[in-house]
Design a protein around this ligand. Structure first.
Ligand code: IPD
Length: 272
């Protein structure tokens, strides 16, 4: 198609995404081993961005520009690249889990997804600290190390381990804390790992039973959301809304309804 050189099947797009994400993850890992530099803040004093976030995003944008000319990129640090003319858009979080990266906690990932005509059709999440890698294509399943993922078999909410995360804004956190206070007595336990893309992949492989969060951006959930959905989880917002900034819930069908209804009762999509 005009302005594009590569194919647009989910498998072709995933091949590009995996290759570029691996190189990007290596850059993130190496830069952390050398030194953390140029730590700046964004939306609040605790919302950090490092030189590595920017360098990794640049590297991916440049690589996509070479391999996939004419396709736009939406990235966490530099926003929407201008000039995309084709049907494909790439969605990138260069380092999801930046606070973990800053502290040396091994839960930070490069997340890269490809959309065709506004639908995410391929995605990879690569933990740059450990090399763990999750992939998915639309209709082609979710995979890790050659193993197809199928989510948790848990059937009751009170036996479920639920992952979640918090925004950077204090008012939002106050509300999220109140939601958590209402939730924690109704579930097995909660986990907060600090990287939404990895949380979604852990839910996809059943290492946690479900995940929810308010306030996510497209780059946080584009790739991981596809991995979770392709593992058979329901991924959506509340009351039939699509997953988005108000809420994302990812849960196996057997517990989705109970978790969803509890989150509605707790007004989890409300607050700041
Ligand atoms: C953040 C992480 C965190 C989640 C926040 C995200 P970042 O992304 O995914 O787990 O709770 O909502 O903003 O800032 O590390 O790229």
């Amino acid at each position: 198609m005009a302005g594009e050189q590569g194919g647009t099947t989910p498998a072709e797009l995933l091949g590009v995404a995996v290759r570029i994400a691996r190189e990007a993850a290596e850059t993130a890992r190496r830069m952390r081993a050398e030194a953390i530099t140029d730590v700046e803040t964004k939306s609040t004093d605790t919302d950090v961005v490092t030189a590595a976030d920017k360098a990794v995003e640049r590297q991916v944008v440049d690589a996509l520009g070479r391999e996939r000319p004419g396709e736009s990129v939406l990235g966490e640090e530099y926003g929407d690249s201008a000039g995309g003319t084709g049907r494909v858009r790439w969605i990138l979080d260069p380092i999801d889990g930046t606070v973990n990266y800053l502290y040396g906690l091994p839960q930070y990932a490069v997340s890269l997804a490809a959309e065709v005509d506004g639908t995410v059709v391929a995605g990879v999440v690569r933990n740059a600290a450990t090399g763990d890698e999750w992939t998915a294509t639309l209709g082609g399943g979710a995979w890790r190390d050659g193993r197809r993922l199928g989510g948790s078999a848990r059937t009751t909410l009170d036996q479920s381990l639920i992952a979640t995360g918090f925004g950077y804004d204090a008012a939002r956190r106050r509300h999220q804390g109140a939601v958590l206070a209402g939730l924690i007595a109704e579930v097995r336990d909660i986990r907060r790992f600090g990287a939404a893309a990895i949380d979604l992949c852990l839910a996809a492989e059943g290492a946690v039973d479900a995940y929810f969060e308010k306030g996510l951006n497209p780059w946080d959930h584009a790739a991981g959301g596809l991995v979770a959905a392709e593992a058979g989880l329901r991924v959506s917002g509340l009351d039939g809304a699509p997953a988005g900034p108000d809420m994302l819930v990812a849960a196996p069908p057997a517990i989705f309804g109970a978790l969803h209804d509890l989150l509605v009762r707790l007004d989890a999509a409300g607050g700041a």
